[in-house]
Each structure stands twice: as C-alpha cells, then as structure tokens.
Design a protein around this ligand. Structure first.
Ligand SMILES: Cc1cc2nc3c(=O)[nH]c(=O)nc-3n(C[C@H](O)[C@H](O)[C@H](O)COP(=O)(O)O)c2cc1C
Length: 185
C-alpha cells in the first residue's frame, strides 16, 4: 500500500502529528509512505497513493492560505485533466483522512471543523473516500492568553505525547480495517 502524508505547518505542531502518522505507517510491513511538507508551487500526484493524509494548522477557522492555494491549484489541474467529473464517482481502493491542529480559543472544535471539511471536500472531489477528520489541539504560538484562557483550557505544550499516541492508535486502527481491502483492489 502506498501512502502520502501531505501537510503544512508554520510552527511545528502539525508537523509533529504528520511525523507520527508517517512513522506509524512506516512501522507496518508492506507500507510505503511519502511524508511531504507543503512548499510553494509543489505538484503532487495524489492519484498514485492508496491512502492520503492531508493536514494543516487552523488559521481563522480554515487551513492556511498556502494550503488552500495549493488545493485550488490541484483542483483546477484535475478539472483540466478530466479527473474531476460530475458526481465525483468513488475510486475503488482510494481513501483519505484529513487532520489539523487547532487551539479553539473562542468556540472550541467548531473552529477546526471548517478547516478539515475544506480539505475533505478536495479529496472527495477527486474520488477518494474520506474516512475521518482528526482534530488535535495545538498550543497557540506566542499567545499565552489564547493557550490558557480559551474553551479548551490550558493547551500549553500540546500536542503532547498523549495526543500523538492518540494519533498513532488511530492510524493503526485505519490500517487494520483497510489493509486487506486496499491490497485486494
Ligand atoms: C495567525 C493564526 C491564526 C489562528 N487561528 C486559529 C483559529 O481560527 N482557530 C483555532 O482553533 N486556532 C487558530 N490558531 C492556532 C493554530 O491553529 C494552532 O496553534 C496550531 O496548532 C498551529 O500549528 P503549527 O504549529 O503546525 O503551525 C491560529 C494560529 C495563528 C498563528
């Protein structure tokens, strides 16, 4: 099975999650994983992967501007190549997970849902079955007030080892359920 972990991270929190996903994928025999951090003008061939993890920090309730630009660029390209077609038929054996880190200082997880939903929408447009959206708390860099007085309580130091263990267990769960399915397609 070939997997991609494609992510953006401006302060390192989302990178920790992406790295744990990648490391967990790599620990399972038979998996081949590409861990790719967003860079300007990067072009990814999403379709070469059976399992795609797409992640970003939450900024103003959405993915970062550069992640949204990247998604838009790929969307346009795939429309041009007739890879995005009406009704977006599901591609057999192609699965996705969207993830983010967020601080939720004002309204909690409600701030993160639009971000993962936007990434989910892209993967669904290209025919991937999106299995889940993962929202991990991440300290709000350089804003002590927003990391201690928000709805999620004291989130200094998050994501911590417990958060990353949660991610690791989730990845293992997905692999357990999907392993055979993907290898049979
Ligand atoms: C400019 C800016 C805007 C942010 N906006 C939000 C937001 O709207 N909602 C939220 O929950 N977190 C928000 N955050 C917090 C980040 O999503 C969170 O700290 C995240 O873990 C940072 O990830 P990174 O270290 O990978 O960049 C914001 C952070 C920054 C720097």
């Amino acid at each position: 099975m070939k997997s991609l972990v494609f992510y953006e991270s401006t302060g390192g929190n989302t990178e920790k999650v992406a790295q744990r996903i990648s490391r967990t994928l790599d620990s399972i025999p038979g998996n081949e994983t590409d861990l790719i951090k967003l860079s300007p003008e990067i072009e990814i061939d999403f379709f070469q992967y059976d399992l795609v993890f797409l992640g970003s920090p939450v900024v103003a309730a959405l993915p970062t501007q550069s992640m949204m630009d990247c998604i838009k660029r790929h969307h346009k390209l795939y429309v041009k190549q007739d890879k995005i077609v009406p009704s977006s038929p599901l591609l057999p054996g192609k699965y996705g997970i969207c993830f983010c880190t967020y601080a939720g200082p004002h309204i909690g997880m409600g701030e993160a849902l639009p971000a993962t939903m936007l990434m989910r929408s892209f993967l669904e447009h290209i025919g991937y079955s999106v299995l889940d959206q993962w929202h991990t708390l991440g300290e709000f860099h350089n804003r002590h007030d927003l990391s201690t007085q928000g709805r999620m309580g004291n989130i200094l130091g998050r994501p911590n080892e417990n958060d990353l263990l949660d991610i690791e267990n989730r990845v293992k769960g997905v692999l357990n359920s999907l392993g055979e399915t993907i290898n049979k397609v």
